[in-house]
Write a protein that binds this ligand. Sequence first.
Ligand SMILES: Nc1ncnc2c1ncn2[C@@H]1O[C@H](COP(=O)(O)OP(=O)(O)OP(=O)(O)O)[C@@H](O)[C@H]1O
Ligand SMILES: [Mg+2]
Length: 257
Amino acid sequence: MAEDKSSLVPVEDLVKKPYREILAYPKPSDEPVESRIRQLKSLGIEGLKFEGPLRIGKLSLLGKGVVGLVVAGIADGVRVAVKIRRVDSRRRSMIHEAAMMKAANKAGIGPECLGSSEDVLEMQFLDGQRLPLWLSSLKGRGRKARVRATVKALLQQCVRLDAYGLDHGELSRAHKNVLVSKEDHPWILDYESASLTRRVNNFTSLAQYILLSGRFSTKVIRILGPVDRDELVKYLRLYKSGRTNDAFESTLKMLQL
Ligand SMILES: Nc1ncnc2c1ncn2[C@@H]1O[C@H](COP(=O)(O)OP(=O)(O)OP(=O)(O)O)[C@@H](O)[C@H]1O
Ligand SMILES: [Mg+2]
């Protein structure tokens, strides 16, 4: 889909205030600002669009974390999401995160990695809401069916990542790392802590977050109906022991997914 370019800030203009702060947050000195402009250009990014739910000063962004700021951008006329490494990030480059996102993509999971450089990760733009906001936005009839479908899809994605051998590493904090699109499709984000060598824990971490512990699970259970916790814990143990298919199927059956 072609994009409206009226609010596009061309890459060359990002050297100016207030944009430069986004390029090298939180301390935009000349060297990193210029380097990041070169990186955006080399990735074919035409400009950035300051839109989204998060604000820094006068600018709107898609998101902000301890590693990067995520901004909407345009490349080849198409909207993309651009994660720009913070200069105070504990990660020294975006290289590992890009490699892990590409691995997830091979398993059919996550926003598509479109390109990367030392400090920039260009990926598929997702128009979605974080899990807690998505859940509280659901109203009226059909809510239960929608939650069921999304929870099932999300657990399925975890099983796929597990089978591929990629451990996401932060799915026990899924409120930050999952976006749900308008069609209720879940997307697993943020592969900075992912590993292809660590023991995989995606399914068990996510099932625990969604169904067993914390405020979010209480809300999910209120909609889906009561869950036999002991039985679920038993299935998660079974999953860990390697009988992943049996455990997955039993979990779905128990939850009537
Ligand atoms: N592809 C995308 N499309 C749209 N929004 C996105 C996309 N990727 C990330 N975001 C938004 O930006 C936020 C921050 O992204 P991300 O979690 O990758 O950053 P981070 O610095 O690693 O954060 P954290 O400190 O929580 O680990 C996400 O929670 C999400 O709201
Ligand atoms: Mg992160």
